[in-house]
Design a protein around this ligand. Structure first.
Ligand code: CA
Length: 222
């Protein structure tokens, strides 16, 4: 799951980014609305976290324009405005939820999980691929009944593969899932994570398609 955080308070932005990354989300953080526009041009986000007072404009007007342009990604507003009228304006402006600063990160995570679940239109957050079951909200994976522990980066790669089970996912798309963690991604970084994932979920489940990418194999359940 990839998030765009639009927040100009640097300390908050950094703290929130690292907490969300630790929870397995890939996070791009920007401090200006025009940088948000640029990020949206090149990446697809599963949800946006939007501050309302930004140096280059008002988040709420930006959100109205963005919704009017047809964007449907869930948006949670993060703001110190705690007036009821502001909340109503936020929700009418196209926000899916509203969190008032200072907020509890666990509360934000719960709300984020809820809007993502609603956006996916699924009552359940589990994705079943053969014997693999992925908990898209909790970032857990089970092989059969055995729960497997994955690191945030391993999860990001596996999740990307699992969104298109049985189909080839190219290296660029998978690299992008890793890039969002901010580290330098070396030429063989992806291979390292693929190999770790294979060790954990079974070697045969992730197929290398030479020159093209990788595929999560849908095995027949017995
Ligand atoms: Ca602000």
């Amino acid at each position: 799951m990839k998030l765009l955080l639009i927040e100009d308070e640097l300390a908050l932005s950094e703290a929130l980014s690292s907490l969300l990354r630790a929870a397995g989300y890939a996070v791009d953080a920007v401090a200006l609305l025009r940088h948000a526009d640029a990020a949206i041009q090149v990446s697809r986000y599963d949800a946006l976290l939007l501050d309302l007072y930004l140096p280059d404009g008002d988040g709420l007007s930006w959100l109205r324009r963005w919704r009017a342009a047809g964007h449907t990604e869930p948006v949670i507003i993060l703001t110190a405005r705690d007036q009821v009228s502001d909340r109503i304006a936020g929700l009418q402006g196209g926000a899916d939820d509203y969190v008032v600063k200072p907020f509890d990160v666990q509360e934000l995570q719960a709300r984020l999980g809820a809007v993502l679940r609603r956006a996916q239109g699924a009552a359940s957050s589990w994705l079943q691929v053969g014997a693999l079951a992925l908990d898209l909200q909790g970032h857990r994976v089970c092989v059969g009944t055995q729960q497997i522990e994955l690191t945030a980066k391993e999860w990001a790669v596996l999740e990307k593969l699992a969104t298109r089970p049985g189909q080839i996912v190219n290296k660029e798309a998978l690299d992008q899932a890793l890039y969002s963690f901010d580290d330098l991604v070396g030429s063989n970084t992806l291979e390292v994570y693929i190999s770790r994932i294979r060790k954990k979920i079974g070697k045969e489940r992730v197929q290398t398609i030479r020159g093209l990418g990788y595929r999560l194999v849908i095995e027949k359940t017995p």
